[in-house]
Design a protein around this ligand. Structure first.
Ligand code: APR
Ligand code: PHB
Length: 398
């Protein structure tokens, strides 16, 4: 089997890349080790930045999103029970779109299959071979048969636990890794949201986030200890804790309802560089993860592949690798900007077990300033709605 680009992973990174390449006349094969049903149902985050939606729209991928997604012109930040609003539209002229990642994934899969382009689900034993040559290959088993997919470039879009990053010799990679001293318990509930916007809530008992998926479904998160056992969290306990941590003093109403899904995710900041080894390039969670407080994971993955698609197009057209050589450095500015933003949001909103009263007062002072100062609120808004794709600061050396 032969194609131009072998894409490992059918998450947002791999699927968006396949569409961007197709729009440039470049063939690819997407390989996914899970089933179609599994990837379409996996519950993840759900905030799309302004540039993410623009890119999807340019590629004709927003038909259902334009009908069903929720446009949010701001977010709310609750400090110890009292809400403040950050008005994105006023501060930046842009806004965000709330649409579950699995809905994005469903739309991307349907649009690709409708063109007859391949996505192979439930592939097994995926390995990459000959990546330091101009003819790399992905080897895997499909429907019981071993397959060798020869290509020009392999895109490692297989997430944090995939096989692509570990197949690069560790001596070739610089790794930055931080585990944070808490996790998020995420809940999807059949309950009508009672606000039009997300609420990020800082509270002495720990952080809570009020989000939504549709007029019928609320998405909620609670900060919990990193090694927390989900069995400790009955639905009753979850609602009681949410009631305590979400706003109380300003007429906010929390509607409860049947819990459809709940899970606990650890919090980590991770960056690997360079995002390339020979003809194997990494994109999205395979190369970096951010704590979810800034809602950036999926957006950063899509920003990566927007750069990658141009680099691959240049290689395919001219045989010249210079854009591929620049790929990692081009992405790095945005990767670190987003790391910093995600860390900043995390640090302002969570309760840190090791913090003393002095540090808690500093944290409170910082968050109060953000919600009261137009300049500080603008900095939050500008990052939240999403900085432009591509190189952020062209004059800065990589
Ligand atoms: N072979 C093929 N596919 C694999 C393999 C493998 N060995 N290992 C993992 N995969 C698949 C996963 O099942 C998943 O569908 O790769 C895909 C990776 O997708 P994501 O984890 O969604 O990562 P990415 O596309 O980079 O999306 C960015 O942002 O919101 C965050 O973490 C969240 O998933 C989100 C990410
Ligand atoms: C979500 O709706 O899942 C969500 C929203 C904002 C975040 C993280 C997750 O920061």
């Amino acid at each position: 089997m032969r194609t131009q680009v072998g894409i490992v992973g059918a998450g947002p990174a791999g699927l968006v890349l396949s569409h961007l390449l197709a729009a440039r006349g470049i063939e690819s094969v997407v390989l996914e080790d899970r089933s179609r049903a599994y990837v379409e149902q996996r519950v993840r985050a759900g905030v799309l930045e302004h540039p993410t939606v623009e890119l999807l729209r340019q590629h004709g991928l927003t038909e259902r999103l334009d009908r069903e997604a929720l446009v949010h012109r701001g977010v709310q930040i609750a400090i110890d029970g009292r809400r403040h609003r950050i008005d994105f539209a006023d501060l930046t002229g842009k806004w965000i779109t709330v649409y579950g990642q699995q809905e994005v994934v469903k739309d991307l899969i349907a649009a690709r299959l409708a063109t007859g382009a391949p996505i192979l689900f439930e592939v097994e034993d995926v390995r990459v071979a000959d990546v330091v040559t101009a003819r790399p290959a992905v080897e895997f088993v499909h429907e019981g048969e071993p397959v060798r997919l020869a290509c020009d470039v392999i895109a490692g879009c297989d997430g944090f636990h995939g096989i692509c990053r570990p197949s690069i010799p560790p001596s070739e990679l610089q790794v930055h890794d931080r585990e944070h001293p808490f996790a998020w318990l995420g809940v999807l509930a059949k309950a009508a949201p009672t606000t039009e916007e997300l609420i990020y809530s800082r509270h002495e008992r720990g952080f809570a986030l009020y989000s939504m998926r549709s007029p019928e479904v609320t998405r909620l998160y609670l900060q919990v200890p990193p090694d927390e056992d989900i069995a400790e969290w009955s639905d009753d306990r979850i609602w009681t804790e949410l009631t305590m941590r979400l706003p109380t003093t300003d007429g906010f109403e929390l509607l409860d309802g049947p819990v459809i899904e709940k899970s606990i995710t650890g919090m980590r900041s991770f960056v690997v560089a360079p995002m390339r080894y020979g003809r194997l390039v990494l994109a999205g969670d395979a190369a970096h993860i951010v704590p979810p407080t800034g809602a950036k994971g999926m957006n950063l993955a899509i920003a990566d592949v927007s750069v990658l698609a141009d680099a691959v197009e240049h290689l395919e057209r001219t045989g010249d690798e210079s854009k591929l050589d620049a790929y990692s450095a081009t992405c790095a500015q945005r990767v670190w900007r987003v790391q910093q933003f995600s860390w900043w949001m995390t640090s302002m909103l969570h309760r840190f077990p090791e913090h003393d009263g002095f540090q808690r007062q500093l944290q409170h002072a910082e968050l109060s300033f953000v919600v009261h100062s137009r300049a500080a609120a603008t900095a939050l808004a500008e990052n939240y709605v999403g900085l432009p794709f591509g190189r952020l600061y062209p004059e800065e050396a990589p």
